[in-house]
Design a protein around this ligand. Structure first.
Ligand code: FAD
Length: 470
């Protein structure tokens, strides 16, 4: 019999449960990718994600060709295309790995029941998460809203399990209507993606390479180095995880095995890193149980908060890294150039936007959505709601990051600032964190004066919050 395997954000051959199950049960397996951006509702992939997807699909197709197979590319309404493929191939079953965004869940539920009505077997699997969002619940059977008890519960169920092997993909053949990758028009039309190509290798091999580097060099020092934006102290696996080029299960097993290998005294503590993957699980748990939160405050008290009116001029300066606050600008330029930003700096640019500029967190979430290669509805929603103070388990609104103090603490030598602010590269360290203290330096370098006074704008934000609290 013949089966279709519908690839979405599980763009790998190793540890792919849907692919494995199909290959074990059918004489012919046809891997398919259907480009259907309209089905993502309000959250169609942004420019950076489309760039990544293009290269990831190319990498997956290459991997499949080594298995004497290939990816059948289509575009259009997913159900229509699947029905057409079923007709032309004689398939009796469809396999996929589950997605957790509200629009995807609604679409998959609809397609599953339509195909079942047609007499087609539909099998869905978990390829992305350690635990399904509905598997972790409080003693009262409710979803968690606070991370620490959620994590404790998750840890009690977590086991390092070996990855599924790459299967032999049986009976592959060409189909007449396959599209070339270029037909999906995923690549940007403006010359912006050069920095992305310099910094990333989309696909399974790129993910494995980063895991090797992280496991060999950085895991032991992660708890400390993860806060230093100038260092490569984190894994940078986020885009690979988002596109499912590697699974959280594979990472856990690999790091656990490494930790067993080294002698007990030098054994790295992998818990701080697993905990961050735990935040990713928690973000999916929240998105699944509270699907309105990508566009609505988790904490409805914030519905009455007096955000400043949307101001495109302010937003543009923030987006382009021209605020005059060095750490904010360095982060925003890192994002524009590489499609990624260090986690600590994400918190600082987010705090600056939502507190010092008092712009609604949605403006930030949308910009990140378009420019991050790891843009992920669950993680981005959690991140922005956390920063803005309106999330489930969030930083209190009154905790406003001071970007100068943060820069002095986490980039004391100014390496990160100098890397992303070339006009300040020669500034003396004493001025680098606060270049406005020397008017000549601003004039010489062309670096802008601060767009707001940090102290005054902080006070205005606290006043607005105070009015809300009353
Ligand atoms: P590592 O430190 O190596 O962590 C390993 C993995 O754990 C990450 O790849 C990621 O999958 C997960 N992770 C780490 N921190 C978090 C976190 N705070 N929340 C959820 N998962 C986490 N992450 C995204 O993947 N996509 C986003 O769209 C996104 N938007 C964010 C927006 C804001 C405002 C903030 C503050 C954070 C956001 N994050 C997002 C979380 C975090 O910044 C990134 O996951 C992390 O910087 C990715 O780098 P890394 O892979 O080197 O992380």
């Amino acid at each position: 019999s013949t089966a279709l395997v519908l690839f979405r954000r599980d763009l790998r051959l190793t540890d792919n449960p849907a692919l494995n199950a199909a290959c074990a049960a059918h004489a012919q397996v046809l891997p398919v990718f259907i480009h259907a951006p309209d089905e993502d509702g309000e959250w169609t992939a942004g420019a950076a994600s489309r760039w990544w997807l293009h290269h990831s699909l190319a990498a997956l197709d290459n991997r499949l060709r080594v298995q004497h197979a290939g990816l059948h590319l289509r575009q259009g309404d997913t159900l229509d295309v699947l029905r057409e493929l079923i007709r032309s191939s004689g398939a009796t079953a469809v396999y996929w790995n589950r997605l957790y965004e509200p629009a995807s869940i609604a679409r998959d539920t609809r397609i599953k029941s339509a195909l079942q009505d047609d007499g087609i077997a539909v099998h869905s699997h978990n390829a992305a998460l350690w635990c399904e969002p509905w598997q972790i619940a409080t003693q009262q059977g409710q979803p968690y809203k606070v991370f620490t008890p959620y994590w404790r519960n998750l840890c009690s169920q977590l086991q390092a399990t070996e990855s599924l092997p790459v299967p032999h993909v049986p009976g592959w053949r060409e189909l007449p209507d396959d599209l070339p990758l270029a037909a999906l028009e995923l690549l940007p039309r403006i010359a912006w993606a050069g920095g992305l190509s310099e910094h990333w290798q989309p696909g399974e091999a790129g993910a494995q390479e980063l895991l090797e580097i992280f496991g060999d060099d950085a895991i032991g020092d992660y708890a400390h180095a993860r806060d230093l934006p100038a260092r490569h102290g984190t894994s940078r696996l986020s885009p690979h995880l988002h596109f499912g080029e590697i699974s959280a299960r594979q990472i856990h097993f690999d790091l656990d095995r490494r930790a067993q290998r080294v002698d007990a005294k030098r054994r790295p503590d992998i818990e701080p890193y697993l905990r961050e993957l735990g935040w990713r699980e928690f973000a999916h748990h929240l998105l699944f149980h509270f699907p309105h939160t990508p566009t609505a405050n988790f904490n409805p008290r914030f519905n009455d908060f007096s955000w400043a009116p949307p101001n495109q001029a302010l937003l543009t300066r923030w987006q382009r890294g021209r605020t005059g606050i060095p750490l904010v600008d360095a982060g925003m330029r890192e994002l524009w150039h590489t499609g990624w930003m260090h986690n600590r700096v994400r918190m600082i640019v987010g705090s600056f936007l939502t507190k010092n500029l008092r712009q609604h967190w949605q403006h930030g979430a949308r910009w990140f959505w378009d420019t991050l290669v790891d843009a992920d509805l669950a993680n981005n929603t959690l991140g922005w709601q956390w920063v803005a103070g309106c999330g489930a388990d969030a930083a209190p609104y009154f905790r406003v990051f001071n970007p100068v103090t943060q820069a002095k603490r986490f980039d004391p030598e100014g390496h990160y600032l100098r890397r992303w602010l070339p006009e300040l590269a020669d500034a003396p360290l004493a001025l680098l964190h606060e270049p406005w203290r020397d008017a000549d330096l601003l004039k010489r370098s062309g670096y802008p004066a601060p767009m707001v006074d940090l102290g005054q704008s902080r006070q205005l934000a606290l006043d607005a919050y105070g009015a809300l609290a009353r």
